[in-house]
Structure formats: C-alpha cells, structure tokens
Design a protein around this ligand. Sequence first.
Ligand SMILES: [Zn+2]
Length: 428
Amino acid sequence: MTPEGKTPELQTWKQIAEFLGVSIRTAQEWHDKSGLPVYKLEGTFRADPAELTAWVERHKQPKEQPVAPLPPPEPGPPTTPPSSNNNGAGLLAKLAIATFLLICLGSVVVWKFWPVKDPPANLRVEGSDLIVMNHKGEDLWRYTFPYPLAQALYSRPERIQHNAKFLDLDKDGRVEVLFTYHPVNDSDVGAPLYCFSETGQVKWKFTPGEAVRNDNQAFSNIYFVNWFSINQKNEVLIGSNHVSGYPYQIMGLTSQGKDIDGGYWHPGHLLRRLLLDLDRDGSEELIAGGVNNAYQQATLVVLDPNLLHGSARVPEGSPLRILNQGTPPEKAVVLFPRSCITEKFEPFNRVAMMRGSAELMEIQVSQTHVLEGPYLIYQLNAQLEVTALSVSGGFETRHKELEAEGKLDHKFTPSELDRLKKITVIRK
Ligand SMILES: [Zn+2]
C-alpha cells in the first residue's frame, strides 16, 4: 500500500510511457530534448508522476492563451412537480405551488420550442475515437482516427482547452471544432490539426512540417502541432516542432485551411506564444518564445502573422540555418543573456513562460532544463526594453550551493544582475 494521496514512483521507461500515454521512444525524446523530469538513480530510472504531470501541463498547456469559457449551462426541463399537501396548506402555499408549476410549465415551453442551439462545446477521447459533446455533456458525434489517441494529453479540461477550440472559424454561423490529433505513435506519424464541421465532417486537415535541412543534417517530415492560436482575422497560427525537438515551424492558415505564406522556420523551438499589438497599429503581432539553437540562447521572435515565411535569423555563417526557406522575416529578435549557471552546466537557457499585455510582458527564462530549476523573470515593455528583472529564490540558492561546491568562483552581486538585464534586440 502507498501512503494516501501519494502516487507511487515510476521506475521504468515502460511505466513512464504508459503514464504519459505515449510511446517509450516519445517519452525518451521528451527527456532528451525537452527535459522531461526522469532521473537515473543507482542505475535505474525514476520519475515522480506529479512532476511528469506538471511537465506535460507546462509543455502542452501554455496558460497564456486561454480559450473562451464554455457557455453557462441552461436550466433543463423540470422533472416531477412537488407533491401537494391539502391539509392546512393555506392559500399562500397553494399560490406558491401554482407559481412553481407555472414556472415549470414555462421552462418546458422554453426548453421545447425556443430555438436552443447546442453546438459542440466539449470533447473526450476513447481509444481511437474523438467524441464531441455539447455543453450539457451530451454526445453529438464521434470520429474514428487511424491510431489510438494519447489519452494523457486529453485527460483534463485545461489539456482539452490546449488541444481543441470550438468556434465559428469561417463565419458560416456554425461552430467548427479545431482539434490536434496526438496518436500514441506520434513519433512515427506526427500530430496534425483537424478542422471538423459542427456535425463532424473533416473540413480540412493540416499536416505540419516538411523535410528540411541545414548544413549539418536533414530532417524527416514528422512534426507535432504544438499549439495553435486564432488571430483577429480568424486566421489559424500554428506552432509545430520536429519529432527530434527542433526545427520549429510556425504556419499561418486561412479559416478555410489554406496556407497563407509558406511557413516560418526556426532552428530551435518556440513552445510559448502571445498575440499582442506591440506597435499599436491595430493588428496583433505574434510573439513566440523558446530557444534559438544557433545562438544557444533563450529567444523571443516578433512576427507579423501575414509574413510567416522564411528562415529565422541566425548568427552569420551558422550551419544551423534552415536552408531554402528565404530571408529572416522577424520584426524583432530578442536574445536573453545566459547566466553563469547556464554557461557552466547547460547548452542554453530558454523561455519557459510568457504572459501579460503589450504594455507589460512577463517572460520567464529558465536557466536549466529542469522544470523547477532556477529562473529569471524579465518584464518587457512594448519597445522590448527591460523594465524589471527578478531572480527566483532557486537561482540564488543554486548559485550559493555551486559556490560552496567550488563550481562557481564568484558571489551573486548587483553587477551580475545588471549584466543579466542586458538583452540583445535585433530589429529588421
Ligand atoms: Zn553568477
């Protein structure tokens, strides 16, 4: 027996993969490329289910793009009228009962004859099936995919919100369902985005990525849709990563699923994003955050959603530039300085979280690949200037530990903090 409330530790890749609802290969790739918290202890692998769940949430459910809340539930039809009591009920009681019955009758009439529309509003997955429901939880239709779905990615409301949106995308007066299909074998077949009609027909399907290459290597065409956002013009902006974690593609589609501009290619990943009108010209910019492997630094890219094409900016002569995709389109590229901890122990720092408004963006930059590891929070204004920088308690603690272990040769001082404030902004 395990102590109450404590889930037992997972000790093999098989257990970890089953817990996550993905293949062993995928779990290992998540570990290698994206820091899935799995530890090697005395020769065996260990993972804490709570940590895995937190990791999945952070990687699959960025909080910066909440979808509209579900519509409030409507009152259902009345069931049984109250039993009347003639003994001493009195006029008042009778009046109350009569009023109640009238309300009940009214509800029945409204419920039966009012043109209540119950469009798709929620979903669940079972095996290879997507089951779409209305807001009352009643099944509307079912779609069967070729492979079983990775259950864990649809197991909670916030995960469903990340992987699905219910909206009238093409303004035909009917609600479409946008849905990212993550099969259990996504590392073999990828994870595409579907647009279903209100009644469950496939309106269009977007398969992300293509076989691209840089000077060092060629990449297969297996990509996962990682996030999608709808902009003011009802275009669908989609971020997708290659099965190996990078490169990353950001694509813009019309509401009809047509490619707008060919796609933007980035040598790293851009797992976080915000849509904000930074330059106040009335249309939103896409601000995507993650890692640029060519700079080995945490990065933000500011993109015009109408110009999602080309190959990301990299240092002059970098072999990691994605080839044959055109010139860099970014309106601005922000690079965050690597801290001494990153410098010493990590390949790069990375943007782990973004939130806020055009006036004040908060960018959390992790200094290690460990989810709960040390991080810095930058506050940026619309001009991409740092207005504040705060350091996590974990950062200072880790710094002190590394000093004590003789792995860092200096104390954390205000001048080090000042150095970390100096972000690089490259404008077009
Ligand atoms: Zn330091």
